[in-house]
Structure formats: structure tokens, C-alpha cells
Design a protein around this ligand. Structure first.
Ligand SMILES: C[S@@+](CC[C@H](N)C(=O)[O-])C[C@H]1O[C@@H](n2cnc3c(N)ncnc32)[C@H](O)[C@@H]1O
Length: 331
């Protein structure tokens, strides 16, 4: 059974169709309008995972045509970066782009320098010296569009000290941190007039159906959200963004919900969403089982996990997570 710890890239791959359905199209179109007319766009994707957010922005034509576009995708997990480097060229070809590898050297015009720690094939993750299949820098192009992508292992909070960006993208990212600390720091990376786009920001709703009496849904939800809170995240990160961003000189220009809603049809789920649900059920059950303060009896939790997996098998499990997409312009 895969787990988030052992196979995070797989979790992110299974999440792609769920996010695509959930993302708020109105907010996305407003982002396209905000960016239109720019002739240069420097994009920093924080906690990029395997690159799903950038793929979607390109697929849905959010970046302006004919602009000089460079995107840096950064993630602290080496396995994610390795997967992104392998996946993005293949994805780009499937979208009709030609793909070329660029020199690994720092680009004098880029917003920050590559440092030697950014190669996931040469650090202490058990693959020392082994170069992964993907390149840290690629250019994807069609007749009308050219986009440079740099895919790096880096801590978002270090990268932001090294350059100035026109667009920050943090998908399913801000809820991992204390907003009061993270937000002011991240916004310093934006050039005046730059935009920040935070889609799929968790906003405190975790719903599983059908009901299981031994673990009442409000108790489970509260215990899970408390667990996130105790572990440094913010289970209600979406709504405070609407008041915190303006305080940091970032005007919210669009916001809307982007809830994950998963239900079976004819006993199955689309794409890889049954596997995605398995990851979610195990993540919730594992986190509460390990959490002494969760107050949920271990046998009830074990039973909850087993019955949720059975419901995935039969296509009966329904899962809803409440999230917000927020777009702001930095003055
Ligand atoms: C929930 S995942 C979302 C991944 C991706 N944005 C997506 O939506 O598919 C959060 C990501 O943030 C990364 N992350 C966590 N802390 C980070 C940090 N300080 N700097 C960079 N990445 C970080 C994790 O490794 C993980 O890939």
C-alpha cells in the first residue's frame, strides 16, 4: 500500500484530475487577464511538487502569448523534483511542444542562481551521483510560445531572498505554514505590480460519507484539523488570506472556492481518484493514530480506516475538502 511518506510523487499525480476539476475557473481567468499584455513574466512556483499547477496554467492558456516566460519550480522534496524533471518534458510533448534541454549554468537574466544543492541526483537521498533522467532546465516551444522551466530542489523561504518575481504560484501550499509568518516573507519576492495566486488553499472542511457511527464526523474533522494545527500548518488558511493579503499591500482581485468533491459513479472513480482517496484515508487515519491528543480510540480508528477502504472498493466513499483559490496584486 503506497503512503504519502513513501510515494509522495504518486499522490501528487493522482491528485491532478481532482485539482483540475476543483480549481476556480473564474479566478483562473482573472489571473489570465492580470497577466495579459506583459512582455516578460518571471514565475516562481513554490512547493511545486511534480509540476501540476504550472502544467494547468500552460494548458489553459493563462500565460500571455508572445511574452518571454520563465518559470522556476521549487520543492524541498527531492523525490518530487526528480519526478517533475521526468514528467514535464513528456507532458510538454503530449501538448504539442518541442522540448530542449538548456545548459545547467545560471542564466544571467534569471531571478536567482542555481546552486549546487539543486540537483536531486547528487545529494544524500540514497542516489548519490546518480543523475536522474530529467534536466533542471528545459525550454518548451511551439510556433507561438516559448517557456523556460527550471526545476529545483530548494526551500521556498530561501529562494524568495534571491530574486524578484512577477508571479508567485503556491498551490496547496500556504496551509502548510503559519500564515502570519509565511505570507509577509513570501510577498517580499514579488516585484511591485506582481501577482500572487494561491489555488487549492485548505480552508477547513473535511467530509467523508457515508456516516460511521463509532467515529462521528464532527469529531474526526475537529481532530484532523487540530492535528494539522499542532504540526505547524493552518487548517483554515484560505479565509484569512482575504484579510491578511490587503494588510500586506496585496489587493485581492479574485477569490472563490475550489473544493475537492469526489464521488463514485457505477461503482468506480475516474482516472486515478480511487488511489487518491486511499492516500487521503490513510493520511487522516495515520495522523490521528499517531496523535496522542486526538482522543479517538485506536480500535475505532482502525475500523474507520478499513471501512473507508472498503467503500473505495465499492465506489461508495464520498470525500469533500473545502478550499479557496485566491489571487492578489501586490502594490
Ligand atoms: C500539498 S503539496 C502540493 C504540491 C503541488 N503544489 C500541487 O498542488 O500538486 C505541498 C508541497 O510543498 C512542498 N514544500 C513543503 N514545504 C516547502 C518549503 N519550505 N519549500 C518548498 N517546498 C515545500 C512539499 O514538498 C510538497 O510537494
Amino acid at each position: 500500500m503506497p503512503s504519502l511518506d513513501s510515494d509522495y510523487p504518486r499522490y501528487l499525480a493522482t491528485k491532478r484530475t481532482v485539482d483540475d476539476r476543483a480549481v476556480n475557473e473564474r479566478v483562473l481567468r482573472r489571473l489570465a487577464t492580470e497577466l495579459s499584455g506583459r512582455d516578460r513574466l518571471r514565475v516562481l512556483n513554490l512547493g511545486a511538487g511534480i509540476g501540476g499547477a504550472i502544467e494547468r496554467l500552460i494548458e489553459r492558456d493563462v500565460f500571455p502569448a508572445d511574452a518571454e516566460i520563465s518559470c522556476a519550480l521549487v520543492d524541498v522534496r527531492e523525490a518530487n523534483v526528480r519526478a517533475a524533471r521526468e514528467r514535464l518534458p513528456e507532458w510538454a510533448r503530449s501538448q504539442g511542444y518541442t522540448v530542449s534541454e538548456l545548459a545547467d549554468d545560471p542564466d544571467p537574466d534569471s531571478a536567482f542562481d542555481l546552486d549546487s544543492d539543486s540537483d536531486p541526483g547528487s545529494d544524500g537521498d540514497g542516489r548519490d551521483g546518480e543523475r536522474d533522467g530529467g534536466s533542471p532546465r528545459i525550454r518548451i516551444e511551439t510556433g507561438t510560445r516559448e517557456i523556460d522551466l527550471r526545476i529545483l530542489v530548494a526551500d521556498a523561504f530561501s529562494v524568495i531572498e534571491e530574486g524578484e518575481w512577477d508571479l508567485l504560484v503556491g498551490q496547496a501550499f500556504l496551509d502548510l505554514f503559519d500564515l502570519d509568518e509565511a505570507l509577509p516573507a513570501l510577498l517580499t519576492a514579488l516585484a511591485p505590480g506582481g501577482d500572487c495566486y494561491f489555488p487549492i488553499t485548505f480552508d477547513g472542511g473535511t467530509v467523508f460519507e457515508p456516516a460511521i457511527e463509532a467515529v462521528p464526523r464532527d469529531r474526526l474533522e475537529r481532530a484532523f484539523h487540530d492535528h494539522i494545527d499542532r504540526n505547524g500548518g493552518d487548517p483554515y488558511a484560505g479565509r484569512p488570506l482575504l484579510t491578511r493579503l490587503p494588510r500586506e499591500n496585496a489587493e485581492v482581485v479574485a477569490a472563490g472556492s475550489s473544493d475537492w468533491v469526489i464521488h463514485g459513479r457505477d461503482g468506480t472513480y475516474p482516472d486515478e481518484e480511487a488511489t487518491f482517496l486511499g492516500f487521503i484515508v490513510d493520511t487522516v487515519a495515520d495522523s490521528l493514530a499517531e496523535d496522542r491528543e486526538s482522543n479517538l480510540a485506536s480500535d475505532a480508528l482502525a475500523d474507520w480506516r478499513e471501512r473507508r477502504h472498503e467503500a473505495i472498493e465499492t465506489g461508495e466513499l464520498v470525500y469533500v475538502a473545502h478550499q479557496l483559490d485566491v489571487l492578489a496584486n501586490y502594490q
